[in-house]
Write a protein that binds this ligand. Structure first.
Ligand code: PGA
Length: 264
């Protein structure tokens, strides 16, 4: 695992954008796995700027989003569809037919819908680069604590902690989604490369458990220790509970020296 320590959220976004842009420049038909939330906003902003400057073309890129709330239509202001439209897709040139986001309006036949989402990922050739945030409880996507480390895309009940984090976005208890469709941990582990971004002190405990703790279903992000190509890009506040920061800096220096292609 590579742990890249950055000063603040601005630097995290810039570094993540550099890696995503490199991926697309090397492979213009790249398949990206995308995340929502506060954390990747800087990444999307930098990608939009590169696109506007004529330096990044998304016309052959395909995307798969990690998750969507059950019960929210794409037009709902708190849906992940809406988030992606506003913060990214309306401002770059990913063709609409190449954009995949789980449909929060399905009712019934969840397993077959989720199986089709997995099929679509396979038909696209698999995900080349997966962007992840991390929840305070260590979730990736909506793989809440105790999710199977082998889980696939499925309907998932949200944890109390996630519901609390979401409360501020909804006007009433009834309106708050209780479930989501999410790619599974097994699905995420099949992607070719993973970038996990984390910023702010509220993520420090989860980041430390994910990187330095045991692999456990109680911390979904700890499953990333099983992946052969994962990079954590973490700001100072989110890195504050890591115990081996000097070693991570040393690893990065040695990587720059001996295998710089891993940093493209
Ligand atoms: P955030 O969410 O980026 O809004 O903190 C991350 C997550 O819960 O996965």
């Amino acid at each position: 695992m590579l742990v890249v320590l950055k000063r603040d959220s601005e630097d995290v976004g810039r570094e993540a954008a550099r890696l995503v842009a490199n991926t697309i420049q090397i492979k213009p038909t790249a398949v990206l796995g995308l995340a929502t939330g506060n954390t990747p906003l800087g990444l999307y902003q930098h990608l939009i700027e590169l696109h506007r400057a004529g330096q990044l073309d998304f016309s052959r890129v395909a995307t798969f989003n990690l998750d969507e709330y059950l019960g929210l239509a794409p037009s709902h202001p708190q849906s992940f569809h809406h988030f992606m439209t506003v913060h990214f897709f309306s401002r770059v040139n990913v063709p609409a037919s190449n954009i995949h986001i789980p449909d929060g309006t399905i009712s019934g036949n969840y397993d077959s819908y989720c199986g089709e989402y997995e099929q679509a990922i396979r038909r696209a050739g698999g995900i080349d680069l997966q962007i992840l945030g991390i929840g305070r409880n260590g979730h990736i996507g909506f793989n809440e604590p105790t999710s199977s480390l082998a889980s696939r895309t499925r309907l998932k009940a949200l944890s109390r902690e996630t519901l609390e984090d979401n409360r501020r976005f909804f006007s009433s208890e009834e309106e708050m989604p209780k479930c989501a469709i999410t790619m599974g941990i097994g699905t995420i582990l099949e992607t070719r490369r993973i970038l996990l971004l984390a910023t702010g002190e509220s993520k420090a405990a989860a980041v430390a458990k994910a990187i330095e703790g045991p692999i456990t279903a109680s911390v979904s992000a700890s499953a990333l220790q099983l992946h052969p190509d994962v990079t954590f890009i973490v700001d100072e506040a989110a890195a504050s509970e890591l115990t081996q920061k000097d070693y991570y800096r040393h690893v990065l220096k040695m990587t720059e020296l001996f295998t710089p292609e891993r940093l493209l």
